[in-house]
Design a binder for this molecule. Structure first.
Ligand code: AMP
Ligand code: MG
Length: 309
C-alpha cells in the first residue's frame, strides 16, 4: 500500500495519519491485529507482560566541556521527568529541578550555550541529594511510589548518604540481594524509567551517585531505552530523538538540550508508541554495580533486547 493509501485508510478509521511509511504501515497492522483478536474474543497475550502502570521519562543535562577528556566527570545540572499513565497514554505530571554541581561549580561557556542553563540558575539550585529526594517524594505523591534512596546498612528510611551529613551510604551492591531485589521489583511494579539512549542512567546518574556518595537508586537499575522500542516496533534502523520525531511527523517543541524540553519530546514519542499498541518493556539493565564507585570507572552495561510484535 502506498503512503497515500495508508494515510487515507488510517484517517477513515480516525487514526493519526502522520508519519513515514514504516510508521503508518505498523499503525494499520497493529489496528488489524487488535481487531482480529477482539472479534475472536481473545485477550492480547502481550498485555500479560505489562508490569507497570506508569512510565517516567527522564532526560538529564550535565556539566560538560567542548573538548572533554575520556575520564571527564559529568555532574547532573538539570533533572526533569514526565509521568505518563500507560493505560491511556496520558501525560499526568511533571517534575523539574536544576541541580547545583559541587565538583565543577562553574559551568563552561560551551555547557551554558549547549543547555541554555545560566550560572546564576545552578548557583541558586539545590544539590543532587536534595533533588533526588524531592524527585522520589514527587513520585510517591503521584501514587507510583519510588523506593526512597536510602542507606540499607542502617535500615533507615528517606534520603540519606549525603556527603554533607557525613553519613556515607554503601553502594547497594554491598547489601542483601534478597532485600534489594524485593525493593527493586516493588519499585518497578509501578513505573519504569524511559530514556533516549542508555546514558542518562548508565553514565550521568551512575557518575552523579558516585560523586554524591549516594547508593544507586533501585528504580534506575533497569529502564526502557526508547530508541530500541521505536526501531523494534516500527521496524526501522536505530534513530536519534530528532529522527524519531521526523518519522512520526511530529515537530520538536522547545529548545534541544534543554532537559525539560527534551523529556517532553521523548514523552511525545512514547505516547504515540503507546497509542499505536506498543508495550514498551524494560530493555536495558546495569548488570553489575561497582562495589565502590570511584569517580572514574568503566561502565558495565548489559544490554538486552526485547522485541515487541
Ligand atoms: P542531551 O540530552 O543530548 O541534551 O545531552 C545530555 C548531556 O550530554 C548534556 O547536558 C551534556 O552534558 C552532554 N552533551 C550532549 N551533547 C554534547 C556535546 N556535543 N559535547 C559535549 N557534551 C555533550
Ligand atoms: Mg537532553
Amino acid at each position: 500500500m502506498s503512503v497515500k493509501h495508508l494515510k487515507i485508510e488510517l484517517e477513515r478509521l480516525s487514526f493519526d495519519g502522520r508519519g513515514c511509511k514504516d510508521v503508518l504501515r505498523k499503525r494499520l497492522k497493529a489496528y488489524e491485529r487488535s481487531r482480529i483478536l477482539s472479534e475472536a474474543c481473545i485477550e492480547d497475550p502481550n498485555m500479560g507482560h505489562q508490569h507497570y502502570t506508569h512510565i517516567v521519562v527522564i532526560d538529564f543535562e550535565a556539566t560538560c566541556e567542548e573538548h572533554q577528556t575520556k575520564d571527564y566527570i559529568h555532574e547532573i545540572i538539570e533533572f526533569p521527568a514526565v509521568l505518563i499513565r500507560v493505560s491511556d497514554a496520558a501525560r499526568v505530571g511533571e517534575f523539574h529541578s536544576l541541580v547545583r554541581p559541587v565538583l565543577n561549580p562553574t559551568l563552561s561557556d560551551f555547557c551554558r550555550q549547549l543547555t541554555g542553563i545560566e550560572q546564576s540558575d545552578v548557583d541558586a539550585a539545590p544539590t543532587f541529594p536534595e533533588v533526588l529526594n524531592s524527585f522520589e517524594s514527587w513520585l510517591t505523591q503521584q501514587g507510583v511510589g519510588a523506593m526512597p534512596t536510602r542507606d540499607f546498612r542502617h535500615g533507615g528510611h528517606g534520603s540519606s548518604g549525603s556527603s554533607e551529613s557525613g553519613d556515607v551510604a554503601a553502594p547497594r551492591a554491598q547489601t542483601s540481594p534478597t532485600r534489594i531485589e524485593a525493593l527493586h521489583s516493588e519499585a518497578l511494579g509501578k513505573f519504569s524509567v524511559v530514556t533516549d539512549g542508555p546514558w542518562d542512567m548508565a553514565r550521568f546518574l551512575l557518575m552523579q551517585c558516585s560523586v554524591s556518595e549516594l547508593p544507586f537508586p533501585s528504580w534506575a537499575r533497569s529502564w526502557i531505552n526508547l530508541r530500541k522500542v521505536f526501531s523494534n516496533f516500527y521496524i526501522t534502523k536505530r534513530l536519534c530523538l530528532s529522527e524519531m520525531l521526523t518519522a512520526l511527523g511530529i515537530e520538536f517543541v522547545g529548545r534541544p538540550h534543554c532537559g525539560l524540553d527534551d523529556a517532553r519530546n521523548i514523552a511525545a514519542i512514547a505516547e504515540v508508541l503507546l497509542r499505536d499498541g506498543a508495550l514498551p518493556r524494560v530493555n536495558e539493565t546495569i548488570a553489575h554495580l561497582p562495589h565502590s564507585m570511584p569517580p572514574s570507572f568503566k561502565l558495565d552495561v548489559h544490554l538486552s533486547h526485547y522485541s515487541i510484535h
